[in-house]
Structures are given as structure tokens and as C-alpha cells.
Design a protein around this ligand. Sequence first.
Ligand code: HMG
Ligand code: MG
Length: 300
Amino acid sequence: MNLPKQARLVEVGPRDGLQNEKQPISVADKVRLVDDLSAAGLGYIEVGSFVSPKWVPQMAGSAEVFAQIQQLPGITYAALAPNLKGFEGALEAGVREVAVFAAASEAFSQKNINCSIRESLERFAPLMDAARQHGIRVRGYVSCVLGCPYDGLVPPEQVALVARELFAMGCYEVSLGDTIGAGTAGDTRRLIEVVGRDIPRDKLAGHFHDTYGQALTNIYASLLEGIHVFDSSVAGLGGCPYAKGATGNVATEDVLYLLNGLGIETGIDLNKLIDAGQRICAVLDKPNGSRVARARLASV
Ligand code: HMG
Ligand code: MG
């Protein structure tokens, strides 16, 4: 299998990374993070969420963040929206791309968005109509693709079913989320093989949390399976409020180091990215979750 010449990284740090933080983070700090990421050459940044502030209080200021970031040409600044209300909020804030999210497991769907998988997909229908009317692109997520914190094993066929529905309703790309970060390379290859029967592989993305330290291996396995879009979070920030114990996404710096080593182009500047990660870690008063960033910083 030939590796791709280029890969796309979807930076989810400002959203998936920060959503789980209990301490207040100012709008100015969030804006600075997004602007730093733009300067580092990320082509796609998930800036925030238009979800219920009662469910995820940290994302409540997303409209203000959108109003204050410097939007550079050629970069996609996206937001998560769980329903039409969220879509309308995003639209009002000037967002030009949204992401919807469904789960592959019933229990996680209930805990995360308070409805069944079927109901969540039905809720997306009016959102997709509105997005089409306004020329807004919609990306889809499926969570718990390699296991659920409540239901345990999730069959790949169940993931394929949900991914197929998202794709059929108009999501241009479906990101497969290992929410609990427990999957292995073998699981990943099997998953892509099954989901890839229904959806072209160039329309799939990998979203790996690194709880068990398998994320980079799973990304390499995905590359071998023809996937070339990966979600990652600067400094490995994050975790999901509804997946206890799950750590953040794989660190963007670490994915970039892997891709650079394979000669796969992304257009991202590793040094600037490390600076962005260090700055937000200082704000959060947390150690940097990127091994590459820690190694580089220790060597200067
Ligand atoms: P609900 O309580 O069932 O909703 O929540 P509801 O329709 O009954 O409304 C309840 C209240 O929320 C009402 O307000 C609504 O107006 C309001 P009230 O009358 O009580 O004052 N409301 C909203 N407010 C703002 N924005 C909205 C919105 N919708 C309703 N969009 C709901 C259902 C989906 C809203 C809720 O469960 C929710 O917001 N969940 C979000 C959970 C979330 O953000 N989780 C993290 C992101 S997913 C993730 O991290 C996984 C991912 O990274 C992939 C992976 O790792 O696998 C993507
Ligand atoms: Mg996630």
C-alpha cells in the first residue's frame, strides 16, 4: 500500500481539547490559541461548539470566540452543532462549516446528547436542509467506534450503519472517533475495512484519543488503509465530558512528527505549533501532553 503524499490535519484542540476543562478559560485565551494555530499553518480548526451551555459550560463563549479570531484565507474555522438550534447559533456567529456528531453506541448517545442514535440522526435532517440552503459544509462524527465506556464492544457493522447514514444525509466526510482511546491497530484496520465497504476511504477521517497510547499506531494503520485525514489536538489537550477517564486526542505535534518522518506533507510548522501548545498549557497550568513538544523543549 502506497502512503499518501499529503495528509490533512483537523485541529480539534480549541473544541475537543478545551471542552472538558473545569476551570474558566477566557475568550481572549481561546482566541489566542486559535490565532496561534492559524499562524502555525493548520488548514482546519474546530473553534468551538454550539451546544447547550448546561451540558458543556466551557463552550458557552463560542460565538464571542468566532467574532474575535483572525480568520485567514484558506483556513476552515468550524464548529460543532448537535441540532438546528446549534446550527442557527453557528450561522449567526458567521460560521461557514459545522460538524454534527452521532454515536455508534446507544448508551453513549443517551449520555452525550440525551437521545437515541435514531433520534439524533433525525434531528440532523433539518440541520442538513438549513446547511444546504446556506451553502454550509457539514462534517460528521461517529463516536465510540472502537468501544464504548458504557456498552463495551461496538461491532464495526454498527459503526458502518451510522457512518453510512451521515454520509447519505450529506456529510462530505465522516470522522471515526475512538472516543475512549482503547482501540488497537488491528481493530482500526478491521473497522476501516468494514466502513470502507460503504463509504470511499477518501471520505473518512480518523479521530483517535490516546488513552491507551495507541493513537499514533492507529494513525499509521489508518494511513496503510488509505485514510489521509486525521483529527488531533495541540498539546494532546482534552477528553470527553461523557467518557470518564478518556484522555485527550493524540497530540497534533506528535502526528506531525510521524507524518514528517514519512515524507507526508501537511503545510504545518512544527516549531510554531509547539509554541502554540506551550502557551495554552501555561494558561491551563498543565504539563504539555505532546511527547514531541516535551522532547524538543527539554533539548533546548
Ligand atoms: P436536551 O436537554 O435533551 O435538549 O439536550 P432540549 O432540546 O430538551 O433542550 C434543553 C435546553 O437546552 C433548552 O433550554 C434548549 O433551548 C437548550 P432551556 O429551555 O432549558 O433554557 N438547547 C441549546 N442551547 C444551546 N445550543 C444548543 C441547544 N440545544 C438545546 N444547540 C443537547 C440535548 C443535544 C442540546 C445536549 O445534550 C447537548 O448540548 N449535548 C452536547 C454534548 C457535547 O457537546 N458533548 C461533547 C462533544 S461530542 C465529543 O466530544 C465526541 C467527538 O469528539 C468525537 C469522539 O471523540 O468520538 C465529536
Ligand atoms: Mg473527541
